[in-house]
Ligand binder design. Structure first.
Ligand code: DOR
Ligand code: ZN
Length: 337
């Protein structure tokens, strides 16, 4: 065996679920994504939420000014509420989709939907206007069952709105993976962390707050099902990091905020994971091609070379602790063009 490093070149990697925040936090985290990805889907759960045209265009401007000369396309979303047809028509040229949060299930989702059956007119308009619906699919049930309990709602929506593209965001269960093959109009994103950790990593020993997120990491058999679909580059599954930065004092606290910050390590860690499973030839589909086909988008061209050369993850970026802080990842980004 040669001791030359292994190498893979990815064309236009995309992060299809990403939290950029605003202000100082955005200044810290945006460059870390715009360096290594060619685009990303930007979540709208700010305070106040991104739920009108002015807020949307203002936020896009802020993102663009921080992205600067980096090749990076922000794909915007707005926060789901009971919108009129006219409002949706106005949003359409500026957004990739609308993100629905059930009220109170995660960070800044208090203004989410309390009763789904009362907002179906808006969903019908979205179907007519061909605006995808991105969903945080959790109920208020027992924490380990929240995603599973939500799946019948996905089935109801898929049946009632057959032309609506429905994206199950950050899936964490084997049951959600199975749903992909049962409904033509259901798709999903999966995070890096849910491909790697289980509940044991978070709470099996000393509590690890930087691995706490919503939906919470599940059982080994769930992780296996997610990993199997990801390394097979299941055509209805896309990479979406759900990189969700919170300042250190909000994570290392009694009442730890939910969110794992993975943006700066995501690509290298994915290369490491896919290499470990002899699936490097499928990384391109998982981190870019599938999303391009599902959303019918053509991202800017950007080639990223990854090599099996170790990379030591910093302890912090600004006042945010990344996943795998101070640990070594056996792959790194070596070239961008
Ligand atoms: O862990 C999470 N953090 N899950 C979410 O759904 C939201 C996110 C955040 O915004 O911090
Ligand atoms: Zn998220």
């Amino acid at each position: 065996m040669s001791d030359r490093p292994q190498q893979v070149v990815i064309n236009s990697p995309l992060d299809m679920h990403l939290h950029f925040r605003e202000g100082a936090m955005a200044q810290t985290v945006i460059p870390l994504s715009s360096y290594s990805f060619a685009g990303g889907v930007i979540m709208p759960n700010l305070v106040p939420a991104v739920n009108n045209l002015e807020r949307l265009t203002g936020y896009l401007q802020e993102i663009k000014s921080i992205v600067g000369d980096d090749v990076f396309q922000p794909y915007m979303t707005v926060f789901f509420k009971d919108y009129s047809y006219e409002e949706l028509e106005q949003f359409k040229p500026h957004i990739l989709g609308i993100k629905l949060y059930p009220a109170g299930v995660t960070t800044n989702s208090e203004d989410g939907v309390a009763a789904l059956d009362r907002v179906e007119t808006t969903i019908k308009y979205m179907e007519e206007l061909e605006i995808p619906l991105l969903v945080h699919g959790e109920t208020h049930g027992f924490v380990l069952d929240r995603e599973k309990l939500f799946l019948p709602i996905f089935e109801h929506l898929a049946n009632k709105f057959p032309r609506l593209k429905i994206i199950m965001e950050h899936i964490t269960t084997a049951e959600a993976v199975a749903l992909l093959d049962r409904y033509e109009n259901i798709f999903a994103t999966v995070t890096l962390h849910h491909l790697i950790i289980t509940l044991d990593d978070l709470a099996g020993g000393l509590l690890r707050p930087h691995l706490f997120c919503k939906p919470i990491a599940k059982r080994p058999e769930d992780r296996e099902a997610l990993l199997k679909a990801a390394i097979a580059a299941h055509p209805k599954l896309m990479f979406g990091s759900d990189s969700a930065p919170h300042p250190i004092d909000k994570k290392e606290a009694c009442g730890c905020a939910a969110g794992i910050f993975t943006a700066p390590i995501a690509l290298a860690a994915l290369a490491e994971l896919f290499a470990k499973h002899n699936a490097l030839d499928r990384l391109q589909a998982f981190v870019s091609d599938n999303a391009q086909k599902i959303y019918d988008i053509i991202p800017p061209q950007k080639f990223i070379t990854l090599e099996s050369i170790p990379f030591k993850v910093p302890a912090t970026y600004g006042d945010v602790v990344p996943m795998f802080a101070e640990r070594e990842i056996s792959w790194s980004i070596t070239k961008l063009f």
